[in-house]
Design a protein around this ligand. Structure first.
Ligand code: TXA
Ligand code: MG
Length: 342
């Protein structure tokens, strides 16, 4: 299959928007830009189309997909009920990097929810993609547009690397502003629970809902046999071919640690560390700016393989705010291997 890349910078490109929408309507896969990462979209109500997402990514069948909508009212078709908590969060953070898990309606096919009785819904903050969903007239199921296990794509070029020859169209809407995926919040239990940290921080969720839980799988490796709230969290993720090991400690301790290493290693560090590390390195953002880190992390993980080293030692990010999302992705890319040097 020939994969076309189409630049759409504005909703005034009506013809191009209709091209993408028509493909979705016809059951084809289209990669779409969002403010978090690029998604691999299909008509969520078309079982065959949704199945082809799993095939293109090599995604395990038991990992459910997020359904994207173009305006709030479209949620009513997808869920059994919209609780007040969902409405309050939506008013504050939609369109935006937040996904809500609610009881699903009968309209949502089982392939989308991987057999669960819940569905994940998101209203993304990218006007081109919202216009495409609106023109398609159907909700759009979209996981991140990477091959399963690889870092999520934050540019059309990264999507092309993973999806060339597998899908007919990639919509290039520029680099993703946030760079890590949305915050996934379950509203189906007694207490709201963050299943995956992202662009909307735990503090911001608490501002609206009060007490929120953070699922265990955010920090710990969950064995694949255990039943988890969010099936996606049990898989190894975001991993470059090169081994990643995280080093927890302040910057001086980190430099000392690197000095003591032998063999063919590199660093996955912050920009400020660049002149201090005596080895090949890739940097991922500024030390005290979580947004700059989330912006860079997935590209940095893709670049790590070109260093030609056996292992990279990564600096441990701050856990506050957006930092929790950065830490969660880094932990998963390192298969949770952390060395403490404090
Ligand atoms: O920012 C994002 O969320 C991006 C863009 C494209 O919107 N999408 C994305 O999709 O990251 P994906 O498929 O890579 O991650 C979806 C996550 C997975 O961890 C999955 O297990 C979880 O959401 N999920 C989906 N439906 C769920 C459900 N019904 N219950 C619990 N977790 C669910
Ligand atoms: Mg993903």
């Amino acid at each position: 299959m020939n994969t076309r890349v189409l630049k759409i910078n504005s909703v005034s490109q009506q013809k191009d928007i209709l091209t993408a929408a028509q493909l979705l309507k016809n059951g084809a896969l289209v990669a779409l830009p969002t403010e978090t990462v690029y998604g691999l979209g299909a008509n969520a109500l078309d079982e065959e189309a949704v199945k082809s997402i799993f095939a293109a990514k090599g995604r395990p069948q038991d990992n459910p997909l997020i359904v994207h909508i173009s305006e709030f009212d479209e949620i009513y078709n997808l869920v059994e009920e919209v609780p007040p908590s969902a409405k309050s969060l939506a008013v504050k953070y939609w369109p935006g990097p937040m996904t809500l898990i609610l009881k699903k309606s009968k309209l949502v096919p089982d392939v989308v929810s991987a057999g669960l009785d819940t569905v994940a819904v998101r209203l993304p903050n990218h006007e081109v993609t919202r216009a495409i969903i609106k023109a398609a007239g159907v909700p759009v199921a979209a996981p991140s547009a990477n091959l399963s296990g690889s870092p999520s794509p934050t540019t059309a070029q990264s999507v092309f690397e993973d999806m060339n020859g597998k899908i007919p169209l990639i919509v290039d809407g520029g680099a993703c502003r946030i760079g890590v995926e949305s915050t996934v919040i379950s509203l189906t239990g007694e207490k709201p629970s963050i299943l995956r940290p992202g662009g909307v921080t735990p503090e911001q969720i608490s501002e609206v809902l009060g007490d929120v839980a953070i699922d265990d799988a955010v920090f710990h490796n969950i064995s694949s046999s255990r039943k988890v709230a969010s099936p996606g969290m049990k898989y190894k993720h975001y991993a470059p071919a090169t081994k990643v090991v995280i080093v927890k400690g302040d910057r001086e301790k980190y430099y000392d640690f690197l000095e003591k290493q032998s063999g063919n290693f590199g660093a996955l560090c912050f920009e400020e560390d660049a002149s201090k590390v005596n080895c090949k390195y890739v940097s991922y953002g500024k030390e005290s700016n979580s947004l700059s880190q989330s912006n860079r992390l997935f590209n940095a993980l893709r670049e790590v393989d070109s260093l030609g080293v056996d292992v990279v030692f990564a600096r441990y990010p701050f856990e506050d705010g957006m930092g929790l999302a950065v830490l969660n992705r880094l932990l998963r890319s390192a298969a949770f291997e952390v060395i403490e040097v404090e």
